[in-house]
Ligand binder design. Structure first.
Ligand SMILES: CN(C)C(=N)NCCC[C@H](N)C(=O)O
Length: 249
């Protein structure tokens, strides 16, 4: 496998943004244990885990997916629609440079969070919503050159990948009520919110949250190896399993 970039939760995690979840106290010590188990699952699947420098003043810095979109040898630094998250970029940029990736960035007035970017084969679906605007999508499309970029309107959830991700065979899985399905191929519909969140660890291996047991059982019944991790303290902050890492094949 390749490299997985992760950033440990900082001391201000409990101050992270909450838009759709019901805000509740976050147990920072439990979050640290959950994050360690998450990174151990990546390692067990053969990914070499690299830590991005801490950004202790940035409550949401653990959600590293939003800061960095990696496509081939290119790393695009996001520009969050949430202004308070724009301070997370320096460490993410250094980590991308350390991997020898070419660096580009989204510029004002474009906004883009990596949680809105789902690459499936030669197609890149980009959620258009609170965190990612049309200008950000157009800038990404120019940076990605020949890849097919499909904007997907997102509603009632934080990011595109809150509503849908892809399985190892490239099939989409998710909650169609949150996206404009008219621009999408067919989608495997799930009923558990976290059932839409799949990290592909290998050709027949996926990582999911422990809060989607029925979806995990269904995917296992189809022959996939499913590793489940408890990420309750990150779900309390509208996070999911894709947010906590950037995979560089
Ligand atoms: C796919 N998702 C949801 C993500 N990539 N990011 C989660 C960010 C959560 C953070 N509290 C915030 O509200 O920004």
């Amino acid at each position: 496998m390749g490299r997985a970039l992760v950033r440990a939760p900082g001391p201000r995690l409990a101050e992270g943004l909450v838009t759709h979840a019901d805000r509740r106290p976050v147990d920072v010590a439990l979050a640290a244990r959950q994050h360690a188990a998450y990174t151990a699952a990546l390692r067990s699947a053969g990914w070499r885990v690299s830590s991005v420098a801490a950004a202790d003043d940035q409550p949401d810095a653990v959600f590293i997916e939003d800061a960095l979109i990696v496509c081939g040898d290119l790393a695009v630094l996001g520009r969050s629609g949430a202004e308070v998250r724009r301070g997370e970029l320096p460490g993410a940029e250094r980590a991308a440079r350390d991997l020898g990736l070419r660096i580009e960035r989204i510029e004002a007035p474009g906004t883009l969070d990596g949680g809105d970017v789902l690459a499936v084969g030669d197609t890149v679906y980009v959620g258009r919503g609170d965190r990612t605007n049309e200008e950000g999508i157009c800038q990404l499309a120019r940076l990605l050159g020949g890849r097919r970029v499909v904007p997907v309107d997102v509603r009632g959830c934080l990011h595109l990948k809150s509503a849908m991700t892809a399985l190892p065979d490239g099939g989409l899985i998710g909650l169609p009520e949150h996206v404009d399905t008219s621009v999408l191929p067919c989608m495997r519909v799930v009923r558990e919110p976290a059932g839409a969140h799949v990290v592909v660890l290998g050709p027949d291996h996926v990582l999911m949250a422990a809060s989607a047991p029925r979806t995990a059982a269904s995917l296992a019944a189809d022959g996939l190896r499913v590793t489940s991790v408890d990420i309750s303290e990150f779900e309390a902050l509208d996070g999911c399993v894709t947010c906590l890492s950037v995979l560089v094949p």
